[in-house]
Write a protein that binds this ligand. Structure first.
Ligand code: NAP
Length: 291
């Protein structure tokens, strides 16, 4: 692998920053694309090259990809996802970037088609990438522990309750640190390991089991409550409609999957929900228990 910099988009976000930290720890030159150079500077100091710009600014993208060897492609869920990611990919191809590693949607939002506007957007980008003359791989992580599970944990700590549309629905949650480890592996490997990789945690855990794990970690009862998912109007914003669809798909059991991809790529088990809960509880401010 050359010592040309790796360009990371979405580098200041939840997952992107984990990927940048890991690349730097591996001694890789990293360039980050951001609308907020100050925020990137505060996060990474002088350790990274900063390419300022917005996905909608093709000139900024062309400047950002100059001399880049490989690209980590990540952008937030939005109505612009397809346009933005294709613009980055086009700029990368024009600059002879050798490989694109895309952070895609969860597999269950993409297949079968027709259930998720977010999954459809990621699928459109995945299809576009497969037509490019560049080596590409799309990582499809299951729901991240650091997002929906962390939120469930926070609410349980403050309210003593786990609330879900279906308490028995399971999720093969994945720790974002494992997604970052796989992304770095696929950026640095001699070859990518497929067109799409479905990444999950090691086991399927239901909301009822999460409540039990939390009760044990907190040493206090944690109640459970089943509550129908909120309805979001059809003209609501893209992200809210996408999240409402995730809630319904999860409630119907679609996220209850595990694969051995993390284990086979990294040679170790992915991090577990039980360990994540212990870690979160150990660092949280726990209000006094009032029975
Ligand atoms: N959470 C889950 O369970 C889950 C599961 C599967 C897949 N995913 C996928 O993960 C992605 C979200 O990752 P995340 O949560 O780490 O993102 P995030 O924390 O929301 O961060 C968004 C990043 O995108 C950058 N960005 C936003 N708009 C931009 C623009 N117009 N131009 C340039 N940069 C822009 C932001 O950079 P600046 O503000 O610095 O410009 C920031 O670094 C989505 O594609 C989602 O589908 C999430």
């Amino acid at each position: 692998m050359s010592n040309r910099p790796i360009l990371v988009t979405g580098a200041t976000g939840k997952l992107g920053r984990l990927i940048v930290e890991r690349l730097l720890a591996r001694g890789q030159p990293v360039r980050v694309f951001t609308r907020r150079p100050d925020a990137a500077g505060a996060l990474f100091g002088g350790a990274v090259q900063i390419a300022p710009g917005d996905f909608g600014d093709r000139r900024a993208l062309d400047a950002a990809v100059q001399g880049v060897g490989r690209l980590l492609l990540l952008s937030p869920i939005s109505a612009r996802l397809v346009t933005d990611q294709i613009a980055v990919a086009d700029a990368a191809v024009a600059a002879d970037v050798a490989r694109i590693v895309k952070i895609s949607g969860s597999d269950w939002t993409i297949e079968p088609a027709g259930n998720s506007i977010s999954g459809a957007a990621h699928a459109a980008v995945e299809r576009y990438l497969t037509e490019l003359p560049t080596e590409t791989v799309s990582l499809r992580p299951n729901a991240w522990m650091q997002v929906s599970l962390a939120n469930t944990i926070r609410l349980a700590i403050t309210n003593g309750q786990v609330v879900a549309a279906n308490l028995d629905a399971g999720i093969g949650y994945i720790d974002a640190r494992d997604i970052a480890d796989v992304a770095v592996d696929q950026l640095l490997a001699d070859r990518v390991r497929g067109r799409t990789l479905n990444l999950t945690g090691p086991d399927i855990v239901s909301f009822r089991q999460i409540a039990a794990l939390l009760a044990s970690a907190l040493k206090r009862p944690v109640a459970t409550l089943e509550k129908p998912p909120q309805t979001v109007p059809g003209d609501g914003d893209f992200e809210h409609r996408a999240v409402a669809q995730f809630v319904r798909l999860i409630a119907s059991g679609r996220a209850a999957t595990t694969t051995d991809v993390v284990q086979s790529l990294l040679g170790r088990s992915p991090r577990s929900v039980a360990d994540f809960i212990l870690e979160q509880v150990a660092t949280a401010a726990i209000p006094e228990y009032q029975p």
